[in-house]
Design a protein around this ligand. Structure first.
Ligand SMILES: Cc1ncc(COP(=O)(O)O)c(C=O)c1O
Length: 232
């Protein structure tokens, strides 16, 4: 933020994955993710901590920026002339029905985080061996515990795909973390930095079931099944 202030740059915070998280220490103590930059954005896609089925939200303390965002996301139509587009606009607005769903979801955000927190500590206690651990969150924040990442230190003769397959056979759906951008066809020839750590984590991390619908028994079952894998 100081650097951007110095050079008069605007900061857009993609706070999608961190909705509900805030700093508990330091300069930004008490500040929620998405409220530090000039603009904060959140996705409410189906896999997020709260959802409107699709779409998202922009927040800002700057009314002029919000006005511009609203204008561009509603096809840049001027009010005076109904079908006059004064700029290249986009049809990106959330519908009223989605917004109503979003408001109801937002009311439940804290209770979702509470469930996710309980399940996180349960997973963490159960999956704690020399070879398996649940990745930590940083300590200067109250995280939203959106998902739980199982770190497999030594894959031995397994791969993350074979572990996913094993769990699938026990009716447990797990996911790898996001693929590396430099492995995606449009960017494959555009790599400029070394990414050995990212590749290591891509191979060694699995995301466990994390829905706020998950019961304590479900968490027990997932952990027990992972621990029953003879190759880990
Ligand atoms: C940080 C972040 N931003 C944006 C998105 C995507 O949002 P949308 O699907 O609404 O385009 C994701 C999806 O996982 C995300 O993790």
């Amino acid at each position: 933020m100081p650097l951007c202030q110095k050079y008069n740059l605007k900061v857009i915070e993609d706070a999608t994955e961190a909705l509900g998280s805030y700093y508990t220490e330091g300069f930004y103590k008490g500040k929620f993710a998405g409220t530090i930059g000039d603009i904060g954005v959140y996705s409410f896609n189906g896999n997020k901590i709260i959802t409107t089925g699709g779409g998202g939200m922009i927040v800002s303390n700057n009314p002029d920026l919000l006005k511009t965002c609203k204008h561009l996301s509603t096809q840049a139509k001027s009010n005076e002339k109904m079908f006059y587009h004064d700029q290249i606009g986009y049809n990106y607005r959330l519908t009223n029905m989605q917004a109503a769903l979003g408001v109801a979801q937002l009311e439940q955000l804290e209770s979702f985080i509470q469930i996710k927190k309980e399940n996180y500590f349960k997973y963490k206690a159960l999956l704690n061996t020399d070879n398996l651990t649940i990745l930590d969150f940083r300590t200067d924040i109250r995280p939203n515990y959106w998902f739980y990442s199982l770190f497999i230190k030594d894959l031995k003769n397994e791969t993350k795909e074979s572990v996913i397959h094993y769990l699938e056979q026990h009716s447990i759906q797990t996911r790898p973390i996001w693929g590396l951008i430099n492995d995606q066809p449009p960017y494959v020839t555009h790599q400029t930095n070394e990414t050995s750590k990212a590749r290591f984590y891509w191979e060694h991390v699995l995301n466990l079931p994390c829905s706020s619908n998950l019961s304590a028994q479900d968490v027990d079952y997932v952990a027990k099944t992972i621990l029953s894998h003879k190759g880990l």
